[in-house]
Write a protein that binds this ligand. Sequence first.
Ligand SMILES: Cc1cc2nc3c(=O)[nH]c(=O)nc-3n(C[C@H](O)[C@H](O)[C@H](O)COP(=O)(O)O)c2cc1C
Length: 320
Amino acid sequence: MFETRVTELFGIKYPIIMGGMGNIGAAELVAAVANAGGIGFLGSIRFSSGEELRQEIRKTRTLTDKPFGVNISMLPAARPIPNEEFVDVIIEEGVSAVETAARSPEPFIERLKKAKVRVIHKVSSVRHALTAQRLGCDAVYALGFEAGGHPLMDDVTLWNLVPRMVDALDIPVVATGGISDARQFVAALALGAEGVMMATRFVVTQECCAHQNIKERLVQATERDTVMIQRSIGNQTRVLRNEPARKVEEMENRGASLEELLTVIGGEHSMRAMEEGDVDTGIITCGQGIGLIQNIPTVREVIDSMVNEAAVLLSKIGSR
Ligand SMILES: Cc1cc2nc3c(=O)[nH]c(=O)nc-3n(C[C@H](O)[C@H](O)[C@H](O)COP(=O)(O)O)c2cc1C
């Protein structure tokens, strides 16, 4: 059940994906998703060299023999990210899938395709999805406005984006943004998506390396506890409404410069918050799906319950 072009593309059991998370999408979490029948993408933005990524890929291989991928984010970052080196390592290590985000995958796609690496690109608009298809991407994510991280500036909800993309494209579409449970999985399939990608849901699992305090804070949060920041610098980001996020809002309202904003939004603060568990140390990325997250299960429990409850839901809908 739930076999789609996405399960076929990545060689996985269920069309359930864990998106790249730069600071916490590490080997243990990615391997847990793979072992439970989905596919996860290792975050790469915390690595400053290809060799560091290579070690993480090798570590993941010791934890699973199932397919997994690597996220390549092309955000204009405060520090240079050696994406060319990452691509070299991905190909050398025989990683089967890459998830690209934030800018066109054009600089890398030819090399990745030649090496038979599957490429899924993250977009928030039909026009960008069409470009990704033309460039040769194997699939795209429809990234809704509800998403944690960087839904692009079009502000279109997943509910509208998925069917629009499905109608416009030949390649498969994977729904992402604010998805946490089986009802949303079924809804995404009904809209024409051939899979779902989640990130925030996987932060709140036992295998995620984020500090327990962060996970507990996300369990307490409701769908009203996220806020979109960084619009003033054209890089809007959905995050938990904590003290640093409030500070950024205040700074943006008075027209603060990028340099000033970086004193709060810098990735090092988020990393510390995630590691040390002080929720108000840094920006914490999360989507509106936190409202539906009520527990801290294992990754396998997340995926199994999603699939099993979706099957029950579908039969109930069918018998109505
Ligand atoms: C903690 C965290 C870190 C993230 N880091 C990255 C990243 O490094 N690169 C990237 O492309 N997306 C990143 N994202 C975005 C996710 O890959 C995904 O697009 C988005 O979070 C999906 O929405 P959801 O969190 O509502 O499920 C991150 C998301 C979270 C929650």
